[in-house]
Write a protein that binds this ligand. Structure first.
Ligand code: SF4
Ligand code: SF4
Length: 148
């Protein structure tokens, strides 16, 4: 289904009936955020970057304490970037139409909500990233108080 009310259309193919109401509402809210903020510009750039060097993990005090993979900054950000790529880019749409991609689920939303909740948005990780990926900004978009 294409949401024609916003510039950022999202797509859920009719046959993906396992998509429940909650993921659909999340995608609607996400589309509205992208439509009315500059968040999409940052996400668009970050979906094209990452050397997977893991330096951000070494600088994150949360990951230092827990040692849990879900607290590695780039892994957490990837949870959201994956949704963005899949539902809000042409490449993601085409891949899905060809039978690839993934389907947003309740469980995925729960995993992402918990991971983002744990980030303190201190932004220490940004200074250690060689290409300037700002995981704090991804966790908290500028309009919610994050600074670009
Ligand atoms: S420090 Fe930057 S480039 Fe390296 S893994 Fe983290 S986000 Fe990717
Ligand atoms: S902004 Fe989040 S991910 Fe980055 S160092 Fe702080 S707690 Fe860790």
């Amino acid at each position: 289904m294409q949401d024609t009310k916003t510039k950022y259309s999202y797509y859920v193919e009719p046959r993906t009936l396992e998509v429940t109401d909650r993921p659909r509402k999340f995608l609607q809210a996400f589309a509205a955020v992208l439509e009315h903020s500059s968040y999409g510009l940052a996400l668009d750039m970050y979906t094209r970057l990452s050397t997977k060097c893991s330096r951000c993990g070494a600088s994150c005090q949360l990951y230092e304490v827990t040692g849990e993979a879900r607290d590695i900054p780039c892994q957490r950000s990837e949870l959201l970037l994956r949704i963005y790529r899949r539902y809000f880019t042409v490449a993601g749409l085409l891949r899905a139409r060809l039978g690839g991609g993934f389907t947003l689920t309740d469980a995925y939303l729960d995993e992402m909500a918990e991971a983002f909740y744990r980030c303190t948005v201190c932004r220490r990780c940004k200074s250690s990233c060689p290409i300037g990926v700002d995981h704090g900004l991804i966790t908290k978009r500028p309009e919610d108080g994050g600074e670009v």
